[in-house]
Design a protein. Structure first.
Lengths: 565, 236
């Protein structure tokens, strides 16, 4: 019985070693992935030493040594595969052999075999696609049990004289088998627990990172300003638990939250060398608090001791920084360091995106301007030419036309809002149509059929104008006989249909430039209301072209929802 | 006095130009036309020396009108346009001059000098006319524009020139000569043109004559004179 207790004492040593092992970098290798050569080498050294230690802490019994050498060999095989197992077993075996005794050869061989057994179980588990079971204590227990039983058989088979071998095995078999199996199970269980804790920390950290990202990205999408920066800094500080968080642009602090806020204010210029370095050299700057101290240039008694400054960049250009601070009394956690860097990368992407969105909206606005400008040359000069001719015959009509022309250009040039009522849009095109009617005379007639309850309907500006222009330019102006244009607005179930029809039927499916104005109308409506709305064209060559605009009936438009400012 | 014709689809534009043209006292105004088809008729009747030609006109542009005029009838041309995106092109066509609407009387006087000089020197009006993209045909009260590739054959009889397509027969104002020169159509008889892409079979008859059957289904006579050319063209 005393042997069992003494072996259990040894397992206590094993547990201490397992604990130390779980804290060492070698622990990082036990991810269940295939190991690299260098990692195998480290594990080989660790487990060989462990196994040899098992020999030294063994108890000499009847000229042999009762020991826990098997644990190192079996576990190395189990964790690193047959090659590592055999290598560790052989190393520990040769070492044992060098110590002598009548079981020296038997022990050397059996230790190698034990490493091989561990390795075979490893292969078996991999083949069964259960690599996670390698770290199961029961597997370690059973494998070591079998391996130790094998060792006893090998001692019986090889050690001479046989009678001594039998006597030895009688004494050591049960305690060694039990102690090694329990020891291996304990070791693995220890390692597994440590691994679990790490995974859990990792998961918690990821969850935290996602929370921060989720809470702050929405804010950032509203733009990079002191307002949004303040909210973001607050959230980052809460979630990470760091001492303080600062967000700056290129010149000044946009927001500061946390310790030292009595003298670190939003609006202060950037003064610390770390922030300047991050800004101008576009790199992550870290003063960890023991190799390099954070020294506050503003206040002697500033509680801040360490700092991480990460540049925010858009398109290679640094637009600001995010700084995380810890007080002098606290270590700057590595985890927060990588977190800060990750966050800055994320924000940089988001900023790039917002810049892209901004440019896209600018593009839409400039296209709108283009649409306004598009009408100009032909219409203007033909109108002037028409009016010059009419002046000779009917100066009153000429005066009326000049008024219409100036009204048309005034609204075209002065429109500020992006949304107008249908009534306003109709008034605008009627000025245009009056001039075109004078120009084409009897060749052009325009009929309007407008549901009067729709006159207050809000529509994107310039929705009708390009359609009318197209009907005239590509329809009526190309027609030898009477040209007719119908402008209609009516309800159809849930929708409002605004349509322009001509009797020329000269519409040519896009490709050519006439598409530009119509395409813009379609795009803007889809942007505002969704893709089920917009423009459709129906045409019957030489008979008619019907362009329909489909809009929702209910949706009230916010004044700025058409084009972002 | 320069015999001139004004062609513009807009009534007010025509009246304005008529007024200005008369004001110079240099022109004998033969009339004004509102489209290319009318203009072609008037040109054949009046044989003007000069056209004031609007470029943007319904159905057939000013450039297309030029492509429809027979070489011997070709007058000098002054293009009139509201916007000068065509001005450059007009110059490339070696037109005599161009005017921008609204036209000023002073600018028109310069044109008068240019035209007088050209006529005095006896410069022949030469335009590098483009191939015809449309053959304008009468169809009810409309002008039907037929692409030369859609034509099976063209023939002339006492009533005029007829274009045959798979959709039927259409009357056109253009001459066989213009059609032969400015489209890919081939002459196969004094009174017939055929689209070589539309030939289904050629039947050789006695005494050096032949008959063409087109894909549209018409039978065309081939005279001795044109059979040889046709054979060369078709590499028979």
């Amino acid at each position: 019985m005393s042997l069992v207790f003494e072996l259990l004492q040894q397992t206590a040593v094993i547990i201490v070693i397992a604990y130390l092992f779980s804290k060492s970098p070698a622990m990082n290798y036990l991810t269940g992935d295939r190991l690299k050569r260098q990692e195998l080498l480290v594990l080989y050294i660790v487990f060989s030493l462990f196994s040899i230690l098992g020999t030294y802490t063994g108890l000499p019994i009847q000229g042999a040594i009762a020991n826990t050498r098997a644990i190192g060999a079996v576990l190395s095989g189990l964790i690193g595969g047959p090659v590592l197992g055999v290598a560790v077993g052989l190393t520990a075996g040769i070492h044992r052999f060098s110590l002598g005794g009548f079981t020296d050869l038997a022990c050397a061989i059996s230790t190698t075999v034990e490493g091989l057994v561990g390795g075979l179980i490893y292969l078996y588990l991999l083949r069964r696609k259960q690599p996670e079971n390698i770290f199961h204590p029961f597997v370690a227990f059973s494998t070591t049990l079998v391996a130790e039983a094998l060792q006893m058989l090998i001692i019986l088979a090889i050690a001479r004289p046989f009678s001594d071998a039998v006597a030895l095995v009688e004494v050591i078999a049960v305690p060694m088998i039990c102690a090694n199996a329990v020891g291996a199970a304990l070791f693995i269980s220890m390692v597994r627990d440590q691994k679990r804790v790490r995974d859990k920390v990792g998961a918690m950290f990821s969850a935290k990172a996602f929370t921060v990202a989720d809470r702050t990205l929405g804010i950032l999408s509203q733009g990079f300003s002191s307002e949004t920066a303040r909210e973001m800094a607050e959230i980052i500080r809460q979630e990470t638990g760091v001492g303080a968080v600062a967000i700056t642009d290129r010149e000044e602090i946009l927001a500061f939250s946390g310790i030292g806020s009595d003298h670190h204010h939003a609006g202060n210029p950037i003064v610390t060398k770390w922030s300047k370095q991050a800004l101008y050299e576009n790199k992550v700057v870290f003063a960890n608090g023991y190799d390099e101290y954070f020294q506050c240039p503003l206040a002697e008694n500033c509680p801040i001791g360490s700092v991480l400054v990460v540049p925010l960049q858009v398109d290679q250009e640094v637009v600001g920084t995010i700084s995380l601070y810890e007080p002098k009394t606290k270590l700057f956690l590595n985890i927060n360091r990588s977190f800060g860097e990750g966050l800055a990368t994320l924000y940089s992407h988001q900023l790039l995106r917002s810049r892209f969105e901004e440019q896209k909206s600018l593009l839409v606005q400039s296209e709108l301007k283009l649409l306004q400008a598009q009408v100009n040359p032909h219409f203007l000069f033909n109108a002037l030419n028409t009016i010059m001719s009419i002046i000779r015959k009917d100066s009153d009509q000429a005066r009326r036309l000049l008024l219409q022309l100036s009204n048309f250009f005034r609204t075209n040039l002065q429109r500020k809002s992006d949304i107008v009522t249908l009534e306003e849009e109709l008034a605008h095109i009627s000025a245009y149509l009056e001039i075109e009617k004078a120009r084409f005379g009897e060749r052009l007639s325009v009929k309007q059929e407008i549901d009067p309850t729709l006159l207050d309907l809000q529509i994107p500006i310039f929705t009708l104008q390009p359609l009318i222009e197209n009907a005239i330019k590509h329809g009526i102006a190309d027609l030898l006989n009477q040209g007719e244009i119908w402008v209609r607005a009516y309800r159809q179930g849930e929708f409002v249909i605004i349509e322009v029809e001509d009797n020329a039927g000269n519409y040519r499916p896009p490709i050519d430039t006439q598409g530009l104005g119509m395409r813009l109308v379609d795009q803007r409506i889809k942007n505002v209301y969704g893709s089920e709305f917009g423009l459709t064209v129906e045409y019957d060559p030489q008979q008619k072209t019907l362009v329909q605009v489909k809009l929702p009936i209910e949706k009230e438009l916010a004044n700025d929802s058409c084009v972002n400012h | 006095m320069i015999r001139a014709l004004i062609i513009d689809d807009e009534q007010h534009a025509r009246e304005e130009l008529e007024h200005l043209v008369k004001g110079t006292g240099a022109f004998e105004l033969l009339g004004s036309c509102s489209n290319a088809i009318d203009a072609l008729r008037r040109i054949r009747i009046e044989k003007p020396e000069l056209l004031f030609l609007d470029i943007e006109m319904p159905a057939l542009s000013g450039f297309e009108l030029l492509a429809m005029i027979e070489d011997e009838l070709m007058p000098h041309v002054v293009f009139v346009t509201a916007y000068d995106e065509h001005a450059l092109k007009a110059f490339e066509e070696k037109t005599l001059d161009y005017l921008l609407k609204p036209v000023s009387a002073e600018r028109l006087l310069k044109t008068v000098h240019k035209v007088r000089d050209a006529i005095r020197r006896g410069d022949p009006p030469r335009y590098q006319v483009e191939p015809l993209r449309h053959i304008p045909c009468q169809f009810a009260n409309r002008v039907k524009l037929i692409s030369p590739t859609a034509v099976g054959s063209v023939f002339s009889d006492v009533t005029g020139i007829h274009v045959v397509t798979s959709e039927g027969q259409f009357f056109t104002e253009l001459t066989l000569r213009v059609l032969e020169e400015r489209t890919p159509l081939l002459r196969c008889h004094r009174q017939y043109l055929v689209n070589p892409k539309s030939i289904d079979e050629i039947k050789l008859l006695d005494n050096g004559l032949a008959e063409i059957k087109t894909l549209v289904g018409s039978i065309l006579p081939v005279s001795r004179r044109y059979l040889r050319q046709l054979k060369v063209y078709l590499q028979l």
